[in-house]
Write a protein that binds this ligand. Structure first.
Ligand SMILES: [Cu+2]
Length: 123
């Protein structure tokens, strides 16, 4: 028992040094692919909801696979000043840092009927 007690501070210090502190950690980098599809006449970006931790550097790869006209669709997250136009067959990438927590709409700025999604930034 005495041996165990004397080893305890050593064990605790090993644990403490192996866990990086939150302030020293780099922000998480996340890459998400979203695909614009048409299902029974309804257009939408899938997945409809993307969830990231606050502080993450987010890269969203956008693929427009909708076969019907028009050949262009928009991708906008107004709360993060993200706005892009994606041509069919020409993937694009948008990047932003998720620096505010909350639930934010994702929409197609070109077509109001395009079903909206959401970005969830978890604090
Ligand atoms: Cu659209």
């Amino acid at each position: 028992m005495r041996r165990l007690v004397t080893m305890l501070p050593v064990a605790l210090s090993l644990i403490a040094t192996s866990i990086p502190s939150a302030s020293a950690a780099e922000p998480a980098a996340m890459t998400v692919t979203m695909v614009n599809v048409e299902y029974e006449g309804t257009k939408m970006w899938l997945p409809g909801t993307i969830t990231v931790p606050k502080g993450a550097k987010v890269t969203v790869k956008l693929v427009n696979n909708v076969p019907s006209e028009p050949a262009q669709h928009g991708f906008a997250i107004p709360a993060y000043n993200v706005q892009e136009v994606v041509n069919r067959g020409e993937p694009k990438t948008v990047e932003f840092t998720a620096d505010k927590a909350g639930v934010f709409p994702i929409s197609c700025q070109l077509h109001p009927a395009h079903v909206a999604g959401q970005l969830v930034v978890v604090p």
